[in-house]
Design a protein around this ligand. Structure first.
Ligand SMILES: Cc1cc2nc3c(=O)[nH]c(=O)nc-3n(C[C@H](O)[C@H](O)[C@H](O)COP(=O)(O)OP(=O)(O)OC[C@H]3O[C@@H](n4cnc5c(N)ncnc54)[C@H](O)[C@@H]3O)c2cc1C
Length: 398
């Protein structure tokens, strides 16, 4: 099969996460297979990132990789998409090429969907002394470290339990803290394991900032029931092995710390010319095209899109990435055939935050749900995403 990659008459999609995988598939579908697509990712697998907070399940399962990842090559073969495994090291907008280190790919149109990386905001020791769940490898490392900590907890002085500190009071930090507090470490690590003491340091931003008030209320109650202690109001200033320091000098000792305090665009994106938003995210127009870069689209966590009507910045979620992807793909296809593009408008379908094994709180339209029904709904939505993706159907939102 000739893909057109050699001649550069091809649409190149960078990143095979929620955004990129969907953009690539939609370009093929909307162009009825006439536009050749090359999809690039550094990893051979599509990571079900919205589930990476489940560190208890990751620590337990032998077949973890199969539950939390899907092989990209297999997912895209049936659509006639060419997959290239490689790390994007640079993009030359003027020359219309992407640098993968060992090779350069020429493109006619480009979709940038490279997600994000952890932001440490210059906090001393944060990167060196904490674990993260933003990537699959990080979640596996955290799960292994927790299993070790719990397996040796019997050796701690009498009455002392393993101390886990989670930094970041947004949904990722909340989900991880609750999961660690409620996972069955006696089953996972050792029958005599002592359950961990979990402290969630929310920082200067309000706990679960931006989420509906009723959801936040349920989240507080369920975290309290799970034994998670909330520390609100102050940012972490410095982290040393075994100790975090808040802005007022208060010291919080820990055996293991998790950093979930925020995200930013990957370095390769932050270094690109052109307008950038918070954390170096790429600014895009209402057509999800980069400002002043015709034919180059940005989708998912890597972009900052402010709705011109509401001035609301679309959140960095898989739900938003999956909503943007078909519009960006349709606009890319429209450009190839000289048709007009259509604007993107975001409508949130709802939000659910997991609050420990078997529990969650969510808000849809004006309805708040919590406890096991909310968690069941979250699980069903996630299963539906992975089943649809495996079968090559357009996945529902998350
Ligand atoms: C623990 C956790 C729970 C979450 N829960 C939810 C939730 O319940 N609902 C929700 O909507 N959102 C949730 N999110 C957010 C959601 O995961 C992200 O918004 C979503 O992954 C964004 O999709 P994306 O395609 O932009 O980025 P990603 O899914 O991160 O995909 C980016 C892709 O780019 C690849 N890549 C990156 N850099 C390079 C490079 N230089 N070269 C080549 N490839 C590269 C990566 O390998 C990856 O495949 C959660 C996030 C986390 C961490």
């Amino acid at each position: 099969m000739s893909t057109g990659a050699e001649s550069g008459d091809v649409a190149v999609v960078l990143g095979a996460g929620y955004a990129g995988l969907r953009v690539a598939n939609e370009i093929r579908r909307k162009s009825r297979g006439t536009i050749p697509v090359v999809l690039v990712d550094r990893s051979p697998v599509h990571v079900l990132r919205t589930e990476l907070f489940e560190v208890g399940a990751i620590a337990k399962a032998d077949r973890t990789r199969r539950r939390f990842t899907l092989p990209i090559e297999k997912l895209v073969a049936r659509e006639g998409i060419e997959f290239r495994q490689g790390t994007v090291e640079g993009i030359d907008f003027d020359g219309r090429t992407v640098d993968l280190g060992s090779e350069r790919i020429r493109y006619r149109s480009l979709a940038i969907c490279l997600g994000n990386v952890a932001a440490f905001y210059g906090v001393e020791g944060a990167e060196a002394h904490t674990f993260q769940v933003y990537r699959y490898s990080g979640a596996v490392r955290l799960a292994g470290a927790l299993r070790e900590l719990e397996a040796h907890s019997i050796g701690l002085p009498a009455g002392r339990r393993p101390r886990v500190l989670v930094v970041g009071g947004g949904s990722t930090g909340t989900e991880v803290a609750a999961e660690i507090a409620t996972a069955d470490w006696r089953e996972i690590a050792d029958p005599h394991a002592r359950p961990p003491e979990v402290v969630l340091v929310c920082g200067a931003l309000p706990f679960l900032a931006g989420l509906p008030e009723s959801l936040v209320r349920h989240a507080r109650r369920q975290l309290y029931d799970a034994g998670v202690v909330l520390h609100e109001g102050l940012n972490v200033r410095k982290i040393e092995p075994g100790r975090a320091y808040l802005e007022d000098g208060v010291e919080l000792p820990f055996d293991l710390a998790v950093w979930a305090a925020g995200i930013q665009a990957p370095p390769v994106i932050r270094n690109l010319p052109g307008p950038h938003g918070r954390g170096g995210r790429l600014k895009v127009t209402e057509h999800l095209e980069l400002v002043d870069r015709p034919g180059v689209f940005g989708v998912g966590d890597v972009v900052e899109f402010e709705d011109p009507k509401t001035h609301m910045v679309v959140p960095s979620t898989a739900q938003a990435a999956l909503a943007e992807a078909p519009v960006a793909a349709a606009n890319l296809v429209a450009q190839w055939s000289g048709r007009p593009m259509r604007p993107f408008q975001y409508r949130e379908r709802g939000v659910v935050v997991a609050l420990g094994v078997g529990r969650a709180a969510g808000r849809f339209s004006r309805v708040t749900i919590w406890g096991s029904p909310a968690r069941l709904l979250k699980t069903l939505v996630e299963r539906e995403y992975s089943t649809a993706t495996k079968r090559g159907r357009a996945p529902p939102g998350l």
